[in-house]
Design a protein around this ligand. Structure first.
Ligand SMILES: N[C@H](CCC[C@H](N)C(=O)O)C(=O)O
Length: 259
């Protein structure tokens, strides 16, 4: 089969995007998804995203990690699919779409996409880390020397360790640069490697830093290996609402592949 795909990246978190409105893609073919995401034998990406029709909303988003398995919400992917929908002429500068964690609204301002994330109702503040779910599960811990951090060794130990085990969590290491600017490195579940940024991850970091008092600002800048992201939110009665993930989403190239 000849497959047309679009390569997108959001602060270095990259995706194979497929217009699946005609339902042409074999969604149960985990091996195919992993092969397409393979950086040596395939196109290469952190994940694969299907854009599908929705009966009421602009579109539906289906997300797969690079290991080929469908997974939880991808924040950078949500920003990239919004840019993709605009490129396809499905939307102009606003979108409402369904993802695995529910309804999302998005706003396009040139290359910058603002994506509304689901509310966060629980933030677990542990002794040496914070755990919360921003559409995907995230472990957040402060780490002063991110430059020297052996993330490929330390990341999996936490991702597979207690209490996450096989189901796992994404692991975010944070260094505070100023009152409302934090440097972040992320080891991602399902990619099983460091990604240059993680959208639900930086959202988790911003909320976690506010929760533990490392910032009093509700507009937080996250410096990732792949670039700058911003997160805004409001905390009302112990619930974090009106959460927006803001940053670039770039079309890299369009291609075809026989598979
Ligand atoms: N790997 C994550 C999903 C993608 C998250 C990330 N790419 C983002 O931008 O939020 C997980 O399995 O929980």
């Amino acid at each position: 089969m000849k497959l047309t795909f679009y390569k997108y990246q959001g602060t270095g978190n990259d995706f194979v995007m497929i217009d699946n409105r005609q339902q042409i893609f074999d969604k149960n073919n985990t091996k195919l998804v992993a092969e397409l995401c393979d950086r040596r034998f395939g196109i290469g990406a952190d994940g694969l995203i299907l854009l599908e029709n929705h009966p009421k909303l602009d579109f539906k988003m289906v997300y797969y990690n690079a290991d080929g398995n469908e997974s939880s919400m991808c924040g950078n992917g949500g920003r990239c699919i919004t840019a993709f929908a605009k490129q396809l002429g499905i939307i102009k500068n606003k979108a409402s779409f369904e993802a695995i964690d529910g309804l999302h609204h998005a706003i396009v301002e040139n290359d910058i996409i603002k994506l509304q994330m689901q509310d966060v109702v629980s933030v677990e503040n542990h002794q040496d880390h914070v755990f919360l779910n921003t559409g995907s599960p995230h472990h957040v811990q402060l780490e002063s020397n991110l430059k020297e951090l052996a993330i490929k060794e330390v990341g999996p130990k936490i991702r597979y360790g207690q209490p996450y085990n096989e189901a796992g969590a994404n692991v975010n290491f944070v260094n505070k640069l100023s009152e409302n600017i934090f440097q972040v490195r992320t080891y991602e579940r399902g990619v099983e490697d460091e990604t240059l940024s993680c959208g639900t991850g930086v959202t988790a970091v911003a909320i976690a830093m506010f929760e533990i008092g490392e910032t009093k600002s509700n507009l937080v800048t996250l410096q990732t290996e792949g670039g700058k992201l911003q997160v805004t939110f409001e905390k009302q009665n112990d619930i974090f609402r009106n959460i927006w993930l803001i940053g670039p989403a770039i079309h890299v190239y369009k291609g075809t592949i026989t598979c």
